[in-house]
Design a protein. Structure first.
Lengths: 381, 333
């Protein structure tokens, strides 16, 4: 009894500190966890929409544990990539996603694996949520044969079923995303495409060309979503309705995506989601990330809005999980990352015989000219 | 008896078909054969196509499969035919053609196929001036991951377009506006629904012993005209219609050069880093080099942006007299 009281008082104190609004559904003994709880989340700003995503949402214990695990996996995976990059085991480009886990996990929570998703180069998190494994993602970063693209693609070019990368050219993925949505409409399969881009792409002409095509008598199931620092991106569609979403809150992202997916699937056409999110790292590994913002700002976001901490606090303060349980997940995740890193650093590089493979798909073997006229290499599909 | 009579009558039925109709027939047949195939491009639907190549298709297949669009690109599970009103406009989408289409199969280690055809008129036309007259054969053929095809006559157009549509890879299919209205004989075989020509194989349009002429697209016709003139002077030209720029049928060129000992390439595009330049390099690197009695000669478009005035335009592209002149120089006659 004393233990329980102590526990509740700890929880209440934590509540007050974190300013997390929560309703405890029922108080049980320490051994029983609350199976689900209702949470109040921020209201989304809307544009050209009569309704908005719900502000009271339910999270079950099982969901919470699953989201926690995946977000923590993304977090640890990205931090490990940072480490390996600094050790020069990963080379070239590496754009890290830590801080933004709520977006990838929240979106996936409200769509199906049979839906489609395409994003830009900050893609490791999505490769995971879309069915990739940590092992094959990390081995791709280190350029090994066990990588998800056999070492041929690297950080920016990872693919899984219904996940079209990983795209290096800013904005190019947006028309591609519209095309995927067109294919969904064409095939009448009630699937949708989530097409992500950032502030950089937001001003590109091809984005507006895509808005035009997506809306122009197609009624495609394209839901376009972006991460933005400020300004009203969600209104930029002009004739496309929009939502502005707290991208640091997994439950917000999940609910907004549910709303957006319903909007698309009911034939109302495309919708823009502006996810206000935050990356802890710089743009890429060559950007320290502090020339355009202060360390204090990063620290403040970390302490007040970290998506993983937010979920953890919610679950703990509602007795939906124990701290030990979450620590256990941390340990398991850490092990998974370590095992993956070991694989990624010990797996051999792709064999030279496969250098020229996969130029074409489903084609007869061809000869490929090497660096000199006598170097006749072989390419198979 | 009736069998013999049947084949006699068949032999008499020789159909003339314009290149645009051959293209239309190819697309019609492939749209019917595979419901994943669809056509998009500027004015392809209700307008029947800027050059009428897609005439009648929208009426037959409807909005779902024939789509009017701004210049942009789509793929994923479907098999789009993307029409560029001219390949000059493809530069608006060239990043997609190269970075999203050509490279994707390789970057994904064979996981993500891109079965798309980019087609439209390429090269010079008549009086459309510099921004609408460029030949893009060399630019696209430079890139691994693409296939680049350049038909000349109606049979080429139909057989190669069907092959391109059925190919699981991105194919750049370069037509020629001035050829759209030119009629050619179509064999019965060519009229069948399964007439497909292999990509990567050239055709010897005219055999000869004295010099090999290698060309693609409209210039093939000029080569044949030049060959007809020279035949009267006792010079027999072997005219090779490349049909495919990438992959190129190097074997066919080499076999011919090893027979004739002389090579002249003819193209409408600019000389520097062009199709002829590539053929020269290939010949140098292969067995045919030792059979050359003279350096390879390239006949190309003049190295300038295309001018507008007719007299200037006429003198900016290879004429039959230029081809004849070059052949005689190569043969040293």
């Amino acid at each position: 009894k004393l233990k329980m009281l102590t526990n509740i008082s700890n929880v209440l104190r934590a509540c007050a500190q974190r300013n997390v609004a929560a309703v405890v559904m029922s108080a049980r003994t320490y051994a029983d966890f609350t199976p689900e709880a209702t949470f109040e989340i921020k209201k989304c700003d809307t544009f050209k929409l009569d309704e908005a995503p719900a502000t009271q949402v339910v999270l079950t214990r099982d969901e919470g544990l699953e989201y926690y695990r995946i977000m923590q996996t993304i977090r640890r995976m990205e931090l490990k990539a940072d480490q390996l990059y600094k050790q020069k085991i990963i080379r070239g480009f590496c754009h890290l996603y830590d801080g933004q886990e709520a977006c990838a996990v929240g979106i996936e929570a409200s769509i199906n694996l049979s839906d489609h998703l395409i994003t830009a180069y900050r893609a490791h998190g999505y490769t995971l949520t879309r069915g990739g494994t940590v092992k094959e993602i990390m081995a791709e970063l280190t350029g090994r044969r066990g990588g998800i693209a056999k070492g041929k693609g690297g950080s920016m070019h990872m693919y899984t079923k219904h996940f079209y990368g990983g795209n290096g050219i800013v904005g190019a993925q947006v028309p591609l995303g519209a095309g995927v949505a067109l294919a969904c409409k064409y095939q009448g399969n009630n699937q949708l495409c989530v097409c992500l881009y950032g502030d950089g792409a937001a001003n590109q002409g091809q984005i507006f060309e895509t808005y035009n095509m997506a809306n122009n008598r197609y009624g495609m199931g394209t839901s376009v979503e972006r991460a933005a620092a400020s300004t009203d991106y969600f209104r930029r569609g002009e004739f496309i309705p929009g939502l502005r979403v707290d991208g640091m809150d997994l439950l917000c992202v999940r609910e907004a995506t549910r709303f957006a997916a319903d909007h698309c699937r009911s034939g109302k056409g495309p919708i823009l989601m502006e996810l206000q999110t935050y990356r802890y790292h710089g743009h890429s590994m060559s950007d320290p990330g502090v020339s355009y913002r202060t360390r204090e700002e990063i620290q403040e976001v970390r302490s007040k809005s970290d998506p993983i901490s937010m979920l953890k606090d919610r679950m703990l303060s509602n007795n939906m999980a124990s701290i030990e349980e979450l620590k256990e997940i941390d340990v398991e995740v850490r092990k998974e990352i370590e095992d993956a890193a070991l694989f990624a650093t010990t797996d051999p590089e792709p064999p030279l015989e496969e250098l020229c493979n996969h130029i074409y798909y489903n084609d007869a073997a061809v000869e490929v000219r090497g660096t000199n006229p006598w170097a006749k290499l072989k390419s198979v599909s | 008896m009736s069998f013999l009579r049947g084949s006699f009558i068949d032999a008499l039925v020789v159909l003339q078909m314009m290149v645009r109709d051959a293209l239309n027939q190819a697309m019609d047949e492939e749209l019917e054969r595979d419901e994943r195939v669809f056509l998009l491009g500027e004015e392809v639907a209700q307008y029947d196509g800027a050059y009428k190549v897609s005439r009648g298709l929208w009426k037959k297949y409807g909005d779902q499969r024939i789509i009017d669009t701004p210049i942009s690109e789509v793929r994923a599970g479907l098999r789009p035919i993307c029409e560029f009103m001219t390949f000059n406009f493809s530069m608006q989408a060239i990043d997609q053609v190269i970075n999203s289409a050509a490279k994707t199969c390789y970057m994904s280690a064979g996981f993500q196929a891109v079965p798309i055809v980019f087609r439209g008129p390429n090269g010079s036309s008549a009086g459309v001036a510099a921004q609408h007259s460029q030949c893009f054969a060399a630019w696209y053929a430079h890139c691994p991951g693409l296939k680049v095809v350049s038909p000349w006559n109606s049979e080429d157009a139909k057989g190669l377009l069907k092959a391109a549509i059925r190919d699981d890879n991105p194919v750049v299919f370069m037509e020629n506006e001035l050829m759209y209205g030119v009629p050619f004989e179509m064999s019965e075989e060519a009229l069948s629904k399964d007439f497909v020509l292999p990509i990567g194989k050239a055709k010897i349009e005219r055999p000869g012993n004295h010099v090999t002429l290698v060309s693609h697209s409209r210039c093939v016709g000029h080569c044949l005209d030049a060959a007809a003139v020279l035949a009267k002077e006792g010079i027999e030209c072997e005219v090779i219609n490349l049909r495919s720029i990438r992959p190129m049928d190097t074997d066919a060129i080499e076999a011919s050069v090893m027979k004739t000992n002389h090579l002249v390439t003819v193209e409408g595009g600019w000389p520097q880093f062009g199709v002829g330049a590539e053929i020269c390099a290939k010949i140098m690197e292969g067995p045919a080099f030792n059979y050359l009695d003279a350096p390879v000669t390239r006949v190309t478009g003049v190295d300038i942006p295309m001018p507008y005035a007719k007299i200037l335009e006429d003198n900016s592209v290879p004429q039959i007299k230029d081809i004849i002149f070059s052949i005689k120089k190569t043969l040293n006659v």
